[in-house]
Write a protein that binds this ligand. Structure first.
Ligand code: ASP
Ligand code: MG
Length: 833
């Protein structure tokens, strides 16, 4: 094409709907007109087309007065815009508007008299929006010094007489355009979009949003190389920006991708617009009137060569899914074909069809308002089969959303479908039907309307964000929570750069304060910031509304670092919202069996993770090891474990000859015990951990089933202060020294162990025992050091030498690292690449 070929620019209704934007449009056209031949296509101003429809409806009802009020509204908008741009000519332009709209008033009068508005009359009414808009734009351009001329599209575009959605005669249109263009000279033609006419001169329209199509046809007819659609967004986005805040404009797409997006209902593109462009190799640019320097989106034959180019996620809402199932399949059935032609005859748009490979069932996606029409048509078509009960009555699911992933490179990459569906599955979104075309350029699925935003957000993040973003809501900022924040601060950059995981804390709460910011909280000084929150709503009541915000973010995780006994219902609220839970908190797992089971079932039902590795032996991989044994079909015969770092430490001190009271005091000074050491010495904490382990084996036991021998018997007065308790411990020093000595004489070591013996289930002896034990040398636990814990599993496969996990199993830093590992485990499963 020569550099002298036409460029076509189309301006949408919003671009010419207000003085501010109209001014920008006039400036843009002026600038571009100076650099070569230019043709302009323009829509009706603002919402004029909707108003015209309203006017036609009122007139049809006989309400002429109401109808004329609407016309006045249309006139007012046009006059206000004209006056603002060209005050000196305000009166003349206003008169021009009145003159243009006079025939519309007559037309509406006729409609109101006959109470009849044929499709042909309706097209006549609708044409006024574009006629006024284009006429005024041409006048305003001339006034601004850009020579231009209104060119009536009804003399250029030839169509058949399918009023409302007329079909264009491309050859005739080309001839007319070229003949007309020969007389245009240097003035810029301003052509109304959307409207055309039949060979015998009756006005037609090209369907809603048809101005883009006009622009494509004008470009094709004039041999233009490029069409620019000027609009109010920065370009075609990776996803609907209303649904995904991270969506961004796509720089470059192929025609085929554009067509694919148009076909699945991306509002900005229409298949019929794409076709002339593809046929004639014309490129399409989408740009923002208010940001004329932004490159926008370019759609052409070549597309992007960038290996990391984005994937577009298109959504089409307000649809219904119809399902048909065949009970008895005969060869002649040809279900798919019959169903589709019945719907075509009923003028129902089918957005997606999916048929099972054997043709036995078919899913159809149709617009919500057409459901009844579609059903009636299908029931008529399948009447015989329905009456013979060869076909199941039609099932309808509504409202649903069609979600489509479009990427040219999709056919080249493996596991696109896998990633698509697993991303959806991971957030608990149910896929109701799916289809992948042979082009391999797109894959679509149907989800419930309620799941729309979460589904789009999740797939958008999975395919377009370099980093998997993970959003944390942290409960508790004590020893474990505080350490976790410190580790997040230290690891954040490394995780992002090396592992592609971007961890963000969006919320934090302690028993009195709550902080939340969906765009992420600064980790520096977060604890202090939380303490300064004035209007903190206490406790967990404030949280469910925040969970609603959390669930909208990619990979939302509630992280519980408290020892709060009442959080189970909060977990349930989280699970129901598709939020994962990572907990160092043992209490919910020690609830009565039924409640614990219900909690775990709830997580499973919503396909979210509930990870609590740190509840037993801190970060040591105990729960995971046990789960793997059970999952792979091994049978656990015995578990022995030392599950208290503090009591383990005290035992070691006793073995070294330190008196009990001194040992307990130094354990407390080192921060190994709870603030009140009785909680450790009573064995309640160990009993709880043992119960958690036993339950992992599926044993429906409760705390009361644990045969618990305290490490140190509860001393007389429970109200005694910790300090006076420590003093009174001295009275036991001699007794414990003797215990140690007795062990030594028998060649054993004093330990405080938990023992879970599933083979005792149903017998008189308890399955779970917690108490002091004399361990023989060489047995697991005999040589523990410091605060080390161990858990040893004797199983069918590990019968001779038990499988033993051992290491430091207490302390804030170690526990926090285990919590972090659980968080990363969730993010990694979801990443899937
Ligand atoms: N004015 C017409 C409509 O609103 C055509 C267009 O804007 O493209 O549908
Ligand atoms: Mg429009």
């Amino acid at each position: 094409m020569s550099s002298n070929s036409f460029r076509v620019m189309k301006f949408g209704g919003s671009s010419v709907g207000s003085p501010r934007r109209l001014r920008q449009v006039i400036e843009l056209i002026g600038k571009h007109a100076r650099t070569g031949p230019l043709a302009v296509v323009v829509s009706a101003q603002g919402d004029t087309t909707d108003w015209l429809l309203e006017a036609a409806e009122l007139a049809t009802k006989g309400d002429l007065e109401g109808s004329l009020t609407v016309v006045a509204r249309i006139a007012h908008l046009a006059k206000t815009n004209a006056a603002a741009l060209h005050p000196a000519q305000a009166t003349t332009l206003a008169a021009r508007v009145d003159q243009l709209l006079a025939p519309l008033q007559q037309l509406l009068q006729g409609i109101s008299l006959t109470r009849e508005c044929s499709p042909a009359s309706k097209d006549k009414v609708l044409a006024f929006g574009e006629l006024v808009s284009a006429t005024l734009l041409a006048e305003l351009l001339n006034a601004a010094g850009t020579e231009s001329c209104f060119r009536d599209a009804r003399l250029l575009l030839v169509t058949d007489d399918t009023f409302g959605t007329a079909r264009v005669d491309v050859a005739r249109t080309r001839t007319q355009l070229q003949a007309s263009a020969a007389g245009w000279g240097t003035s810029v033609p301003v052509i109304p979009g959307f409207i055309a006419s039949t060979v015998d001169g009756r006005t037609t329209t090209l369907g809603r949003n048809g101005s883009d199509y006009t622009a494509a046809l004008v470009a094709q007819g004039l041999g233009a190389t490029e069409v620019t659609v000027w609009t109010d967004v920065l370009g075609l986005h990776t996803a609907d920006p209303d649904l995904v805040s991270d969506a961004y404009p796509v720089p470059h797409l192929t025609h085929a991708e554009g067509l694919e997006l148009a076909a699945v209902g991306v509002r900005m593109l229409h298949p019929r617009t794409m076709i002339p462009l593809i046929e004639s190799g014309i490129s399409l640019r989408i740009r923002n009137t208010m940001h004329p320097d932004h490159p926008g989106t370019l759609i052409d034959a070549i597309g992007s060569r960038d290996g990391n180019r984005p994937t577009c996620i298109a959504t089409r809402e307000d649809l219904a899914l119809l399902g048909i199932e065949v009970r008895k399949l005969s060869d002649q059935f040809q279900l798919g074909e019959r169903v589709l032609s019945a719907l075509r005859a009923a003028r129902v748009t089918v957005w997606m069809t999916a048929q099972s490979a054997n043709g036995q069932s078919i899913a159809l996606v149709v617009p919500l308002p057409d459901v009844q029409r579609a059903r009636t048509a299908l029931e008529a078509e399948l009447a015989q089969e329905l009456s013979r009960r060869e076909v199941e009555p039609l099932g309808v699911r509504q409202p649903v959303t069609l979600l489509t992933l479009v990427a040219e490179a999709m056919g080249h990459g493996v596991n696109v479908a896998g990633r698509f569906f697993s991303a959806l599955g991971a957030v608990g979104v149910n896929v109701r039907a799916s289809a992948q075309g042979a082009s391999s350029r797109s894959i679509s699925c149907v989800v419930d309307a309620a799941d729309t935003s979460i589904a789009v957000r999740t797939t958008h993040a999975a395919f377009n964000l370099a980093h998997q973003q993970v959003n944390l809501f942290l409960l508790g900022k004590g020893t474990v929570g505080g350490q976790l924040l410190a580790q997040l601060r230290a690891q954040q950059d490394l995780l992002r750069e090396r592992h592609g995981i971007a961890l963000r804390v969006v919320g934090i709460a302690d028993s009195r304060h709550t902080l939340f910011d969906a765009s992420g909280l600064a980790l520096e000084g977060l604890e202090e910031q939380l303490a300064r929150v004035v209007r903190g709503e206490p406790g967990t009541q404030a949280l469910p509304p925040l969970l609603d915000e959390l669930r909208r973010l990619p990979v939302p995780i509630l992280v519980d670092c408290t020892a709060d006994g009442g959080v189970a219902s909060l977990y349930t609220e989280a699970f129901r919202r598709g939020i994962h839970v990572v907990a160092a908190n043992k209490k919910p797992l020690a609830l009565p069996w039924n409640e614990r089971e219900a909690l775990i079932a709830e997580a499973r039902r919503h396909h979210v993770g509930y990870h609590y590795e740190t509840t037993v032996a801190s970060s040591l991989p105990v729960i995971d090891t046990l789960a793997n044994l059970v999952r792979t079909g091994d049978t656990v015969r015995l578990i022995t474990a030392s599950l208290s770092g503090s009591v383990g430490f005290i035992c070691n001190e006793l073995l070294a000859g330190v008196p009990l009271s001194t040992a307990v005091r130094s354990a407390r000074d080192k921060g190994f015990t709870e603030p009140d050491p009785r909680e450790d010495l009573s064995g309640a904490d160990v009993a709880r951990k043992a119960l958690i382990l036993a339950r992992e084996l599926g044993l429906s036991l409760s705390l009361s089933d644990v045969a618990l021998e305290p490490f140190v018997p509860t001393l007389a007065d429970a109200n005694e202060s910790p300090d006076s308790f420590l003093r009174s411990l001295r009275s036991l020093d001699a007794e414990y020294a003797q215990k140690v000595e007795r062990c030594r004489q028998s060649g054993t070591v004093l330990r405080y162990l938990a023992r879970i013996d599933p083979t005792r289930l149903g017998t008189d002896s308890p399955v779970i025992r917690v108490g002091i034990a004399a361990v023989e040398p060489g047995q697991p636990g005999a040589d523990l050091r410091g605060t080390e814990s161990f858990v040893s599993f004797t199983t069918t496969r590990h019968s001779e030498f038990p499988l033993t996990v051992r290491g430091a199993g207490a302390g804030g830093a170690v526990t926090a690292s285990g919590v972090l590992a659980d968080i990363l485990r969730i993010s990694q499963t979801l990443r899937g690449r």
